[in-house]
Design a protein around this ligand. Sequence first.
Ligand code: ASP
Length: 437
Amino acid sequence: MGLTTRILIAMLAGIVVGVLFNFLNTSQVLGAGATDLVHRYLTEGLFDVVGRIFIASLKLMVVPLVLVSLVCGACALSEGHRIGPLAGKTLLLYLLTTAVAISLALLVALVIQPGVGVDMSLAKDVTFEAKESPPLSEVLVNIFPTNPVEAMARGNMLQIIVFALLMGYAVARCGEPGKRMAGFFNDLNEVILRMVGVLMVFAPYGVFALLAKTFATLGFDFLLQLAKYFSVVLCVLLLHALGVYSLLLKLLSGLNPIELFKKMRPAMAFAFSTASSAATIPVTLATVEKRLGVDNKIAAFTVPLGATINMDGTAIMQGVATVFISQMYGIDIGLTGYLTVILTATLASIGTAGVPGVGLIMLAMVLQQVGLPLEGIAIVMGVDRLLDMVRTAVNITGDSVVSTIVAKSEGALSEETFNDRNYDSVANGGFMGASAN
Ligand code: ASP
């Protein structure tokens, strides 16, 4: 059985077991003693430990992989490609897809009106404290590191990208010593990718544990009360992922979107179970390079950047939530209000990291901009964990679509790899070489 299939089976099994445990917990059919044992030793014991070790092992790879891979990428880019236009194209596509995502969300929500007739007493039991969001000037200055070691220790992706680009550029311009360094970094890159491949073998267990724990502890009662909001967000997420991305890929690169979705499945499963684009970077990067055929010199730049600044799924949640909250409180923010929402949410996505739940902090920023009550966030928070998982999968799919389009336009895409159906076979080294040797 290929690794993709095992990961997908683990994902389903995790959800089923989690929901079952959740039911046992809430209904107490096993009696208090047995329920407590299951909760203590499985949900909060085994599943929690395995899940956390799994996330740690993914995060472990993020900084070394991004740094080394991008030094190699920038070094190759410096010969023949112009970094300015490439970066411009990538940024433009990231911003454009986010703006389309939030506009779509606003449109659908305005038509379906999920916030009309919602029970306002929902807000009574929950509270939300908005964290201060940094001013734009601060965000810009913070892109430039003062200490690369600190940037790496903190996992500050944008700072690592700046440092790696500079280093790669210098390596390419350094003659003989540069050639030796480039050889070293290229070898190291292969070794690190192989490390990711080795960890992938354990992925089914990690995915199972994470999902079983999450679904066992999820509060499902809010889901019923907020069913309309939840389904609108979900529908727009699917519409954007399957419709907008397919259209973009077909129009701008002529490639078959179904192929992309099929190959991205394991990465989406990772994003779904971890709810973190940043922790998924190793898997997204390896998938985009090894399965979609995007050259390292493009992917090493576009993927970590995308995980940090491109959050279409998050923008969709913000769009629907804004309309939902404005309808619930009966406040009409008007056309200017909606335009402000599009602008703020698109810009806000640049300054926030791809970690679980950060979308809500950004939502606070958007609501403040248009004068809607922040307490509204407390209401949508009830179903946010589940939506966070789905939107993270959309976020990283967006990164892979843009990476593929940019690579194609730069002549840095292997269409043979993109169209190769045997991507999971042992002859091909299995999933990213995981089953080789
Ligand atoms: N969890 C999302 C991500 O990592 C961000 C969010 O929507 O909260 O991409």
